[in-house]
Design a protein around this ligand. Structure first.
Ligand code: B12
Length: 473
């Protein structure tokens, strides 16, 4: 069959991010023998014209629509991408009357919403590498698709949606993302990095998190030698030296991160990378191995700085782990960021103050703070809140819906914004501090690569950017 995959994401904040998931899927579809093409709309100035042109050129039998973000997950400056997706789907439908298949992390979190909302007959929940080619084969033969794992179907005549549970891939070494489907250079220039995945799945039980819904609970790791070869290829073929490792958590399962670092160590002087790390299961020895392997900054998925809220989120670490992880980074001069979510269950003004005080004590390079917990369907917290009647129905979660613990519902955003203004190193994606976008543009404009939060407080404090480089040596 002839297949066109359209990557719809146009979000530029904090950076444009390369459509790695769509690339994995395009590679698998092509490997299954389909004549495959990809249209990436990230840098498009005219969606309708670009969709029309790609459809006219490729004449697809099926159009796959890759949907990454549901919304920007941020309060109060919330942006929902549904109107954008609806527009892209409508452009595709107008250009050619063929089945549209939705997929990607946004779709997976709420398939029952998106199929009717975008008037699409099919979708794939979870990983697309096996399920999408299987769906294409059935469609090509005119056979039933009802038993394909991960397939979601919308019946336009009676409005019903059927969703098959996904079958997570048992291993992730036999799949790969061919970068010919994306403009690596454009993402490197505009977004300052490429992206690489070392594993799929997340076995943590954080109450509000959708990662296990999107990737499955079972962690499936790649052979570290294959990861090093992929990084080497990006280095040699594209001159890319800066990466983000997109795993939900880099330092899990126990012992695996050490093996990845050992495989990357021979490249360590030539590459720089960043990743999400849990403050639990993090040691000075692992940090040393990461630095030797080229790690230049760490984004801790900390979420809170009070044991009360950490326990309520069911995080697997406590404030002493946060202190220790921060100290390891400070002692080695590794830039680090704590990502926080204020307003979770059992949050009070005291726990808010504890979190702010812990951040002051830990002295991170940056703090990224969200206010209110965006609740996604199928997460443990969604089930609790629906059970308690705090969320009226699952449908309420399709548009951005934020939970605030009763004690801090009024005024939390103001308190967090004040904390941020009083400190130079806090970033608030949901309450764009007036200078954030300008600072980002200035830094990328200088050709700086990697995570920009490393530089923000230096700029705000009027310090020089000496030592800041565009690339690894
Ligand atoms: C790494 C990451 C980041 C990094 C990206 C760094 C980089 N340079 O790549 C950073 C920190 C920059 C980031 C930023 C943001 N992120 Co983010 N991020 C992630 C994370 C952890 C991994 C994404 C990834 O690359 N996965 C690996 C690829 C291979 O998987 P995949 O895309 O899901 O693709 C698979 C399937 O979905 C499917 N598939 C994909 N496309 C298609 C297409 C078809 C047709 C089919 C059939 C199947 C299919 O098959 C693929 C292969 O199996 C996810 C959470 C997660 N665990 O998924 C959040 C996530 C995607 N981010 C999210 C959000 C909200 C954001 C921000 C808006 C946050 C903010 N306010 O700043 C920004 C937006 C950035 C942007 N420009 O779009 C949300 C999106 C959903 C939502 N809640 O709206 C997620 C899901 C996290 C969450 N809150 O639950 N993010």
């Amino acid at each position: 069959m002839r297949v066109l995959i359209v990557s719809a994401n146009q979000e530029r904040s904090p950076d444009p991010v390369a459509p790695l998931g769509a690339c994995y899927v395009a590679s698998a579809v092509a490997a299954a023998g389909h004549d495959t093409e990809m249209l990436d709309l990230c840098f498009s100035g005219d969606i309708d014209a670009d969709v029309r042109a790609a459809v006219a050129a490729h004449r697809p039998d099926v159009i796959g629509l890759a949907m990454r973000n549901v919304d920007n997950c941020a309060f109060p400056d919330t942006v929902s991408y549904t109107p954008h997706y609806a527009r892209v789907a409508a452009a595709a439908r107008e250009a050619r009357d063929v089945p549209i298949v939705l997929g990607g992390s946004a779709f997976t979190t709420m398939p029952r919403f998106y199929l009717p909302a975008l008037r699409a007959p099919y979708g794939i929940v979870g990983e697309g590498e096996v399920a999408f080619p299987m769906l294409l084969e059935r469609l090509g033969r005119g056979e039933s698709t009802g038993d394909v794992p991960g397939v979601a179907r919308w019946n336009a005549s009676d409005g019903t949606v059927a969703v098959n549970p996904p079958a997570w891939l048992p291993e992730v070494d036999s799949i790969h993302a061919d970068r010919r489907w994306m403009d690596v250079g454009a993402y490197y220039r505009e977004g300052g990095m490429a992206n690489v995945q070392t594993k799929r799945g997340c076995h943590y039980k954080c109450t509000f998190c959708a990662y296990p819904v999107i990737e499955g609970r079972g962690m499936r790791t790649r052979d570290p030698a294959g990861i090093a070869a992929e990084v080497r290829e990006l280095l040699d073929a594209h001159g890319v030296t800066q990466f983000f490792i997109v795993d939900s958590v880099f330092n899990a399962p126990r012992g695996y991160a050490e093996r990845v670092c050992a495989a990357l160590k021979p490249l360590g002087r030539h590459i720089r990378w960043s990743c999400f790390v849990t403050p639990g299961n993090f040691t000075a020895e692992l940090l040393d191995a990461m630095v030797e392997a080229g790690c230049q900054s760490i984004d801790f998925g900390t979420d809170a700085g009070s044991n009360t809220t950490l326990r309520a989120f069911r995080k697997s670490f406590d404030v002493d782990d946060i202190r220790a992880a921060s100290a390891y980074c400070r002692e080695r001069g590794v830039p680090f960021c704590h990502s926080l979510v204020f307003g979770g269950e059992r949050e009070t003004w005291d726990t808010v103050a504890e979190t702010i005080a812990l951040m002051d004590e830990c002295r991170p390079t940056a703090v990224t703070a969200m206010c209110g917990v965006r609740i996604y369907p199928e997460t443990p917290l969604a089930t609790t809140l629906l059970g308690r009647g705090d969320v009226p129905s699952p449908d309420a979660l399709y548009e951005p819906w934020f939970y605030f613990a009763p004690d801090v519902r009024e005024g939390l955003a103001d308190v967090v914004a004040r904390a941020a203004r009083e400190r130079g190193n806090w970033l608030l994606p949901g309450m764009k501090l007036p200078d954030e976008e300008a600072l980002h543009a200035r830094l990328r404009g200088r050709g700086l690569k990697g995570d920009l939060w490393r530089y923000v407080s230096r700029l705000r404090l009027g310090q020089s950017l000496r030592g800041a480089t565009g690339d690894a040596d």
